[in-house]
Design a protein around this ligand. Structure first.
Ligand code: NAI
Ligand code: MG
Length: 346
């Protein structure tokens, strides 16, 4: 457990700025007196790119390395060509800091809207591989722009990369009351990568006799996310399947305003980065309509990662209590932040 937190803050674009301000407010309120919080803000994102043409200069990448963790709002704007900031900033950070765990908890909190009938119990966490799969930029195109264009986008799967994420998922499953781990892949069609994932999953599982295991093809998993979400506890999956499944998970558990995430390097070799799943929402930026709860729940993940489990739980309990009392009356970004800061203080 750290007695000081040296936090890098990347507010980013659009509502990123608005929600991060509330995240920091709650972080300050929840920390015990004897934990010193230092923050440094980094100006990265669409505005910076428009101004200077830079996405993530080496000097800033180097400076970011020396923080204990990173809190990120959202990056992006329709005025920037697709891919520039995703590859040049977000993915660059994930790869440079070897964020091989992309953690996305999904919980259906009381009194929140779900499109699912019958309000099933939903409380699971997706452990998505973060550094391999089809997201490594291993591809290219030939005869580009002609009717004979050829494009490849190769999915990279290494035994090393799979084993470390699978092991992390077993550890997480083992520490939860239900101790259940589901592997999601598509090993009936993607046989080479799929069989390697399954073999490693089975092998590592021998070290965790108390964890119950299950396997689902990704298409079947999407059905069960909707028809039987209560069957899941911890899910481990590859980068692409995890990206898609976690958006579905957010949709069935009260929406994007509540979905938190962590890009984690469990070894501690580089800082981990915590962010809401949502983007910069240019359609509501500046209106005070952005819900900061996803960012505040990401702060809880950050605190848990740094060893402050009790403070993480305090934030999650405050969110639960706050949501239970929401009655549909409009509250601004700041009002929600103030209410949660007041609940966690003391
Ligand atoms: P988005 O998540 O920004 O917005 C989707 C919809 O959800 C919008 O209607 C928005 O108003 C609403 N929404 C999002 N967050 C909300 C919140 N906290 N409270 C209430 N409503 C919320 O996704 P979109 O529109 O596809 O992307 C907008 C920009 O954000 C793009 O430039 C995109 O590249 C970027 N983006 C960045 C991400 C990141 O920084 N990790 C992730 C996703 C998108
Ligand atoms: Mg996504």
């Amino acid at each position: 457990m750290s007695t000081s937190i040296n936090l890098a803050v990347i507010p980013g674009d659009g509502i990123g700025q608005e929600v991060v301000a509330q995240g920091l407010k709650v972080l300050t309120a929840v920390l015990p007196q004897d934990v010193k919080l230092e923050t440094k803000e980094y100006d990265l994102g669409a505005q910076r790119w428009h101004r200077t043409g830079e996405t993530l200069p080496d000097a800033e990448l180097e400076a970011l390395k020396h923080h204990d963790a990173i809190l990120l709002g959202a990056i992006g704007d329709p005025s920037v060509p697709s891919g520039v900031l995703e590859r040049g900033l977000l993915l660059k950070l994930r790869f440079a800091f070897d964020h091989f765990i992309n953690l996305r908890p999904s919980k259906l909190f009381p009194n929140t809207a779900t499109p699912l009938a019958g309000r099933p119990e939903i409380d699971f966490v997706v452990v998505r591989e973060g550094t391999e799969g089809p997201y490594t930029g291993n591809g290219g195109s030939l005869r580009t722009g002609t009717p004979a264009e050829v494009a490849t986008e190769v999915s990279i799967n290494t035994a090393y990369g799979v084993e470390r994420v699978v092991r992390d998922a077993y550890e997480r499953a083992n520490s939860r009351p239900r101790k259940k781990l589901t592997l999601v892949h598509k090993n009936n069609v993607l046989v080479y990568a799929g069989h390697m994932w399954k073999n490693i999953f089975d092998k590592v599982g021998q070290e965790y006799p108390e964890v119950t295991t299950d396997y689902l093809h990704v298409d079947a998993a999407t059905i069960f996310f909707v028809t039987q979400p209560e069957r899941f506890d911890v899910i481990v999956t590859d980068n692409l399947f995890g990206d898609i499944l976690t958006d579905l998970a957010a949709a069935v558990t009260g929406g994007i305003g509540l979905a938190a995430s962590g890009n984690i390097n469990p070894t501690g070799a580089f800082p981990s980065m915590f962010e809401p799943v949502h983007g910069s929402a240019p359609d509501i930026a500046g209106t005070g309509k952005a819900d900061p709860t996803a960012t505040i729940l990401s702060v809880a993940l950050l605190l848990r990662h740094l060893g402050h489990e009790d403070r993480a739980v305090r934030i999650e309990d405050a969110v639960s209590a706050d949501l239970a009392e929401r009655d549909g009356t409009f509250r601004s970004t700041e009002q929600i932040g103030d209410a949660l800061a007041a609940r966690v203080a003391g």
